[in-house]
Design a protein around this ligand. Structure first.
Ligand SMILES: [Cu+2]
Length: 190
């Protein structure tokens, strides 16, 4: 089902339009990604400072949808080698959900979605919440981890994250979409 919102997400992901505040860089080429209709739900904060599942395998055109449990979590794209900070080489295209999901109980009313454009590249991400050092305490995740690599594992990524100082909060919400929670159960039980 192709909704207007989904289409907007696609345009974000494809670089056709940019999130506010607008970037001066339009160097990344626009691409067309056909949505597969598959949505992978990930829960932030299930059983502590972690994502569940923290390791997702997705195809190009799949949607990753994060649901948020209590505390004030966020989703920010990073890299394997440099956890707890935005992508250094392409900050204008790193996704960041912002802190739009604070909730005291149950799920936050909104979710964050991105579209996987290239399934061949691992996508690493973290929670940028500084209070409680969420990233340093293991609140990191990966989409399409390279399972051939003995080095670039989620366990190793967590070790690197634990050694970082304060997490970097990206300056702009971009690269995805904050939408009303379309599935309040999100495929999991509280
Ligand atoms: Cu968090």
């Amino acid at each position: 089902m192709f909704t207007t919102k989904t289409f907007t997400t696609l345009l974000f992901a494809a670089g056709v339009i940019s999130a506010a505040p607008t970037s001066t860089s339009t160097s990344h080429p626009s691409r067309t990604v056909s949505l597969t209709g598959v949505t992978h739900s990930v829960v932030a904060g299930l059983a502590g400072l972690r994502f569940d599942p923290e390791n997702v395998v997705a195809s190009a055109g799949d949607i990753i949808e994060w649901h948020f449990l209590p505390k004030n979590h966020s989703i920010a794209q990073s890299s394997f080698a440099e956890p707890c900070q935005p992508l250094a080489n392409s900050p204008s295209t790193s996704f960041f959900s912002g802190f739009n999901f604070a909730t005291s109980e149950g799920q936050a009313p909104d979710v964050f979605q991105i579209v996987v454009e290239d399934a061949s590249k691992p996508i690493w991400y973290y929670c940028a919440q500084q209070t409680g050092a969420h990233c340093q305490n293991g609140m990191v995740g990966v989409i399409n981890q390279n399972f051939e690599s003995a080095e670039a594992t989620l366990a190793k990524h967590k070790e690197l994250a634990a050694k970082t100082g304060t997490s970097v909060i990206p300056p702009a919400v971009q690269g995805g979409e904050v939408i009303e929670n379309p599935n309040p159960l999100g495929g999991f039980k509280l």
